[in-house]
Write a protein that binds this ligand. Structure first.
Ligand SMILES: Nc1nc2c(ncn2[C@@H]2O[C@H](COP(=O)(O)OP(=O)(O)O)[C@@H](O)[C@H]2O)c(=O)[nH]1
Ligand SMILES: [Mg+2]
Length: 438
């Protein structure tokens, strides 16, 4: 998977490395080639468009770090955008299966890998999460399907619901729920029937089962080798079923990778697992960073740039810390810190880097603290002369008033209702509301 795409992107980057500063023309040219590469990999058009639109401003606006070649920066930007497109950098969320018996429903077209994945996931839940798992086949259409699941359950070391010939899928679902409840199971996995193409009858049956079982997780299993068809299928299923996530199978095959890259963006659903082979152990937790790494094959450059950036930030932080210790931290440094925060994605971006701060973020939004506050503070500082920035006490009262007017200083200094940034103080150092330094 991804080989052709990896090759093509590699050629684009080869064309960029080694040159001096990147011009807008260089970037646009590279983006044109990346666009073609993505389209050839069968990535959905809407996703390609968004991808290019995301990369362009970052690549053109990027300030160049001395130790890094511009082409290498573009690799890093493309890498980060790939990670975003695939679902982001965060730890994959755990399945919501805490309230026993939790129900996981598997849906998808026939042959997509539902039954195989049911067995793989059952094994994983048993071995890695110590869950007591019951699997049940609701596939009444294919005679061998139920036996197939029973065999897989044996391999996984979990129980399978006994087969009752002639029972209809909704009734099997009810029986499975009873068995899971009274058998003290943590998780019940429902493997459903599929058709080779989408049809109303199949959708109705799946929706009926979902209504009966009220699943905690409804996973759509899609074959990554079918490219855009897989994406279209996922969209259609999502319209009818309360899907909570995706499993992409046959990621071990040599498809062009378009489905993997488009899925998340088109459906908005997280990819939870990828199927890597026919064996019962061939299931990996989906990791956007790892897949992005596989697509780009430029891991060395990505970590090089990350290191260089971290070092730059580290040096700057140490410099500022030394100045602070000596009591020499001036407005110039303060503006630099504000800029750095904005580079890191602003307050919102910084907050996102910290786990468990969604609430704090909402509270800050409610209190009207946002990046505008930082931008405004920076603008105020930049409207002073360098000398004033170094020594704010030289500011004359009249000049202070002018800066205040120019920049609506009323928002600073922690006046009534004015926002206060934790750790940054309400106002600017040396610029306290009064004219005490006259
Ligand atoms: N190479 C590969 N084959 C897979 C994978 N997942 C399933 N298969 C194979 O795909 C075929 C259909 O799978 P099955 O689970 O019966 O599909 P279902 O009709 O959706 O239940 C079987 O031969 C599986 O061994 C995978 O991740 N990689
Ligand atoms: Mg099946």
């Amino acid at each position: 998977m991804f080989d052709a795409l990896t090759d093509r992107l590699g050629k684009v980057f080869d064309g960029l490395t080694g040159r001096g500063a990147l011009s807008e023309k260089d970037v646009n040219e590279a983006l044109r080639e990346i666009r073609v590469a993505l389209l050839e990999a069968d990535v959905a058009l809407s996703v390609v468009k968004k991808f290019i639109d995301d990369v362009r401003p970052k690549a053109i606006g990027e300030s160049v770090i001395k130790s890094i070649k511009p082409g290498q920066l573009v690799v890093k930007i493309v890498h980060d955008t790939l990670v975003e497109t695939l679902g982001g950098d965060e730890e994959p969320e755990a399945l919501r299966i805490d309230s026993p018996p939790a129900v996981i429903m598997m849906a998808g077209l026939q042959g997509s890998g539902k039954t195989t994945t049911t067995g793989k996931l059952a094994k994983r839940l048993k071995e890695q999460e110590r869950k007591k798992v019951l699997v049940a086949s609701l596939d009444t259409r294919r005679p061998a399907a139920m036996e197939q699941l029973t065999i897989l359950a044996g391999q996984a070391g979990v129980d399978a619901l006994p087969i009752v010939q002639g029972q209809l899928a909704p009734d099997i679902a009810r029986r499975a729920m009873q068995a899971a409840k009274f058998g003290g199971y943590d998780v019940l996995m429902l493997d459903t029937a599929g058709r080779t193409t989408l049809d109303d009858q199949m959708m109705n049956e799946a929706a009926e089962i979902a209504a009966i079982a009220n699943p905690n997780e409804t996973l759509l299993v899609a074959d990554a080798l079918t490219g855009q068809d897989a994406v279209e299928t996922a969209k259609r299923f999502h319209e009818r079923l309360p899907l909570t996530g995706l499993v992409l199978t046959r990621m071990d095959g040599d498809g062009r990778g378009g489905a993997a890259l488009s899925m998340r963006s088109v459906t908005g659903l997280p990819i939870r697992f990828i199927g890597m082979g026919e064996k019962i152990d061939g299931l990996d937790v989906f990791d956007a960073r790892r897949i992005a790494g596989r697509i780009l094959g430029q891991g060395d450059i990505v970590s090089l740039v990350e290191k260089a950036k971290a070092e730059l930030d580290q040096n700057e932080a140490e410099r500022v810390a030394r100045k602070m210790a000596k009591g020499l931290f001036d407005l110039e440094d303060y503006a630099g810190q504000l800029r750095q925060m904005q580079r890191m994605g602003g307050l919102g971006g910084l907050m996102e880097l910290m786990p468990g701060v969604k609430n704090a973020k909402q509270q800050m939004a409610a209190a009207g603290i946002d990046d505008k506050v930082m931008k405004r503070k920076e603008a105020i500082i930049m409207s002073m002369t360098p000398k004033e920035r170094k020594k704010p006490e030289v500011l004359q009262a009249s000049r202070k008033r002018r800066i205040a007017q120019l920049n609506a200083l009323k928002n600073l200094g922690g006046g009534p209702g004015g926002p206060k940034l934790p750790g940054l103080g309400g106002g600017l150092p040396g610029l306290g509301g009064g004219d005490k330094k006259k």
